[in-house]
Design a protein around this ligand. Sequence first.
Ligand code: PAF
Length: 271
Amino acid sequence: MRVVTDARGLGPLRGCVFVPTMGALHEGHLALIRAARAGGGGPVVVSVFVNPTQFNDPKDLERYPRTLEADVAGCERAGADAVFAPGLEVMYPPREVVAVPRLPRVATEPGLEDRLRPGHFAGVCQVVKRLFDLTRPARAYFGEKDWQQLRAISAMVEQERMGIVIVGVPTVREADGLAMSSRNVFLKGDERVRARGLSEALCRAAGLGSVGEAEAEMGRVLAERGLNVEYAVVRDAATLERYEAGRPGRALIAARVGAVRLIDNAAWAGG
Ligand code: PAF
């Protein structure tokens, strides 16, 4: 397994199939790597970089798990060819301004991540564009668990005419339905059981015919589990604007379980 830490080392990997991550890899990330491998094409490159510009809370950045050795081993098992693990000075060189691309509208839809984590998607788009500029991938893989991120990156790639194919990979779940996340390790005591509320709420909403009923039911299930709801809404799956009957819908949740913020989403076909 090749571990590359600077831009020069990426030369022979141009045109790669790319899986950007912040490390602390779990089965969800390994599913992205396996999908990238199965899709064929160039070498599979996984980046591991905890990007400071997308964190709103310095404490969250500080405690984000860093497990590079285990991550490299996981990448190898899942079939990656190389890991790109740059330092801060490679991603954000001291005398260079790394531009923040114009944010696509889907990144700032009212009532979702932008309201709760202002500046988050500016940081995500900035780092992803920088990673794309360095690795020059033909295709890149992102998890559906971060649905708004997936939509925002797809829109950015289209808007900036980057010519990269963006592939979304379904969320990998624990046996009880909890979506895999690097933040699940912070769930303590009964928080782990209460965290099931997110996937339960999405399942209950899936069977309901109107947006109003679906949103009310999600709120009810989350409250029953004692979760602090940030949003539990149904939106247009592609634009994340208000849902219009006949279009594909997406139910999206962000909620806090104690100090841990979790997000989840699922297709919604009511209406
Ligand atoms: O989804 C993530 O892990 C991050 O937001 C990403 C896309 C690697 C950018 O830092």
